[in-house]
Design a protein around this ligand. Structure first.
Ligand SMILES: O=C(O)Cc1cc(O)ccc1O
Ligand SMILES: [Fe+2]
Length: 436
């Protein structure tokens, strides 16, 4: 089935399931009686009084209001989702993980959530968490929502079929999806599936300002796709609604599908984006631009220009700079850099950093190209080159200082203790001649 979507970022959308035309009440939100006997329900994604530019809400017209559920109980089935940042001693070392294992026993998206690192506290609505998901089975008669923040989901292997209250989204590797705070969703997969999640507690993702770039470029708003209304009118005894609340999971039972929204309108929506649509801007003269030039989405902090987290990609592009060391420069950053690889190889580290693996370069921890990359890039001929063809690396860059969980440090058994070695053979080239 080819799914339909609504295009745009931050727009006011309206959608009715074709089976019930006229389900949206005209010109008001809460009529005394809604069309087709539906219930009206508002989902708020911002304080009621947030300034208009940041104000987010959606009105659902649904078969039953969400409040019809039994009490929540702790859900202890998922062992490695955590916001306990003190499980391990702090570790400032460069960290690199080999590809995370996909289980062979039946595991659905929620059961396959593992937290790798993070910082902050959902109770204070400030912080982030980085999770990987590894799964191979559909969520059956269950749905999840996150009371703590927004999920930016990056599939690396396997397509996700995400059912939401707003409708259906299909998200393949090299696409991303954002499911915001409170939105109910369920994930179906086809075969072994793996990916990454950036969770932000503070606020929502925005498109970065473009400044001198002008009105177009980077991720263009029209390429963001939101589902169209699609309802399930299903009585399902024992349907499980899983809620991540204050970093812990809870489950409540209800007797019907929560995906019973017949029509909705609003600007608080889930969406997906195809990373191949990113219009890449970069230096066409000399020197290496900071990677902020590749920002797809940003979750801003209250400090101007400082992100809680940026989602940055390293897409296929031409590299043309003259008299320039073209790969990433050596650097120490006051931000934390978590990287993952969706496809192919990353230019600064052609070996060791593998699809489905990850790296973390924490605050002020030095890093940069490995010795092989330096040798090649500092001597190679600087012809125009198409780089990163068939590849996609990404970075979650955060102003928060992240801790690695016990799962990330030990249980996953993927941390590469020899990562530091990739820099040890960088030669001393210092000479008494000015032109080397
Ligand atoms: O560390 C990295 O590989 C990410 C990165 C890429 C780049 O081009 C410049 C700075 C930076 O942190
Ligand atoms: Fe970096």
């Amino acid at each position: 089935m080819t799914l339909k979507y609504l295009s745009g970022f931050g727009s006011e959308f309206a959608s009715e399931d074709q089976r019930r035309p006229g389900a949206l009440p005209p010109a008001q939100n809460s009529p005394q009686r809604c069309p087709y006997g539906l219930y009206a329900e508002q989902l708020s994604g911002s304080a009621f009084t947030a300034p208009r530019a940041d104000n987010k809400r959606t009105w659902f017209y649904r078969i039953r209001p969400s409040v019809i559920h039994k009490p929540f109980q702790r859900y202890n089935e998922v062992k490695y989702l955590t916001h306990k940042w003190d499980e391990e001693d702090p570790d400032p070392n460069q960290s690199r993980w080999l590809p995370f294992d996909i289980p062979s026993s039946p595991t659905d998206f929620v059961s396959g959530l593992h937290t790798v690192c993070g910082a902050g506290d959902p109770r204070a609505r400030h912080g982030i968490a980085v999770h990987v998901f590894t799964c191979n089975a559909d969520m059956v008669n269950s749905a999840m929502y996150n009371s703590d923040g927004d999920f930016l989901i990056v599939p690396q292997q396997g397509t996700l079929k995400i059912t939401t209250e707003f409708g259906l989204m299909e998200v393949a590797p090299n696409e991303i999806a954002v499911v915001q705070q409170g939105m109910r969703f369920a994930v179906a997969v086809s075969g072994p599936t793996r990916g990454y999640i950036l969770e932000v507690f503070d606020g929502h993702f925005k498109l970065p300002d473009l400044g001198p770039i002008g009105a177009n470029g980077l991720a263009n708003p029209r390429d963001f796709l939101t589902p169209v209304a699609h309802y399930h009118d299903e009585e399902i005894p024992g349907f499980k609604l899983i809620n991540k609340y204050q970093g812990a999971l809870f489950v409540a039972e209800q007797g019907h599908s929560p995906f019973d929204v017949v029509a909705w309108h609003g600007n608080y929506v889930p969406y997906k984006y195809d990373l191949s649509k990113f219009m890449v801007i970069n230096s066409v003269s000399f020197d290496h631009c900071d990677p902020s030039i590749f920002t797809v989405l940003t979750c801003p902090s209250a400090r101007p220009g400082v992100a809680i987290a940026d989602f940055v990609i390293f897409p296929p592009r031409w590299s043309v700079q003259e008299d320039t060391f073209r790969p990433p420069y050596y650097h120490r950053n006051c931000m934390s850099e978590f990287m993952g690889l969706i496809l192919g190889a990353y230019e600064a580290k052609e070996g060791g950093f593998l699809p489905g693996g990850a790296s973390l370069h924490s605050m002020m921890t030095p890093h940069g190209p490995d010795a092989a990359c330096f040798a090649a890039a500092s001597t190679g001929e600087l012809t125009p080159q198409k780089i990163a063809v068939g590849t996609q690396a990404f970075m979650f860059e955060s102003s928060l200082s992240m801790a690695i969980t016990k799962w990330g440090a030990e249980t996953c058994q993927k941390l590469d203790p020899k990562y530091y070695e990739c820099w040890q053979n960088l030669p001393k080239l210092f000479s008494d001649k000015i032109n080397v």
